[in-house]
Design a protein around this ligand. Structure first.
Ligand SMILES: Nc1nc2c(c(=O)[nH]1)N[C@@H](CN(C=O)c1ccc(C(=O)N[C@@H](CCC(=O)O)C(=O)O)cc1)CN2
Ligand code: GAR
Length: 194
């Protein structure tokens, strides 16, 4: 049974792009169906339209009431026929309705070795800045199942990289982002095998 994938992304959607490439070149037995973004100008939304996915811009701008936004995101994702949801650099908290509709089938990638450097306020560059400030000798990325609590869900897969002396935000971020695509692919395959 091949997975039916949907995505949420706020900016580039790099993990989503890697998964769709893997679907098209046979590395992953799945069908990409839809992508929604809270950011109407996100490169991920433009790319998804080009890639022929169903797309939607869903944010507080259109749905000021968080419950109504949660419902709208759930309805868009479920009507697409997807059975698995991937958060690909999605910077908003997911609500209970979406989580209930995709129970145990929502994956998120976070650019640190959770539980370190995770939680509310920990996203994008802030994560790498926190790692550099902590003096940790290693960092990496984590794919976890998503629960209502931010970055609290069970870990599916992790991949480590060294933090090198002289590292800057940009050099550490580049080293972590270089491993994220393969890590997400590994995690989705593991979920598919369950
Ligand atoms: N219910 C859940 N929703 C989301 C989770 C999760 O684990 N449970 N993970 C995040 C992704 N993420 C870390 O991997 C993350 C995203 C955003 C934030 C955050 O603090 N966001 C700010 C708003 C930032 C903005 O508007 O750009 C906030 O909510 O105040 C922390 C961690 C995705 N959703
Ligand atoms: N807390 C979530 C988070 O910080 N996710 C991180 O944001 C970046 C998004 O890049 P992208 O927009 O190019 O996909 C990725 O590095 C991802 O791990």
């Amino acid at each position: 049974m091949s997975l039916k994938l949907a995505f949420l992304a706020s900016h580039g959607g790099s993990a989503a792009r890697e998964l769709v490439r893997a679907c098209h070149d046979g590395r992953l037995g799945a069908v990409p169906l839809a992508l929604a973004s809270n950011n109407s100008r996100s490169p991920a939304l433009a790319w998804a339209r080009e890639a022929g996915l169903q797309t939607a811009h869903l944010s507080r701008a259109g749905y000021p009431d968080p419950d109504a936004l949660d419902e709208a995101i759930r309805d868009f994702l479920t009507q697409s026929g997807a059975d698995t949801l991937v958060l690909s650099g999605y910077m908003k908290a997911l609500g209970p309705r979406v989580l209930a509709a995709f129970e145990g089938r929502v994956l998120n990638i976070h650019p640190s070795l959770l539980p370190r450097h995770g939680g509310r306020g920990m996203y994008g560059d802030r994560v790498h800045e926190s790692v550099l400030a902590s003096g940790d000798a290693e960092s990496g990325a984590t794919v976890h199942l998503v629960t209502l609590g931010i970055d609290e869900g069970p870990v599916l897969a992790q991949s480590k990289v060294p933090v090198l002396s002289g590292d800057t935000l940009e050099t550490l971020k580049a080293r972590v982002q270089a491993i994220e695509g393969e890590l997400m692919l590994r995690a989705v395959r593991e979920l598919a095998a369950r």
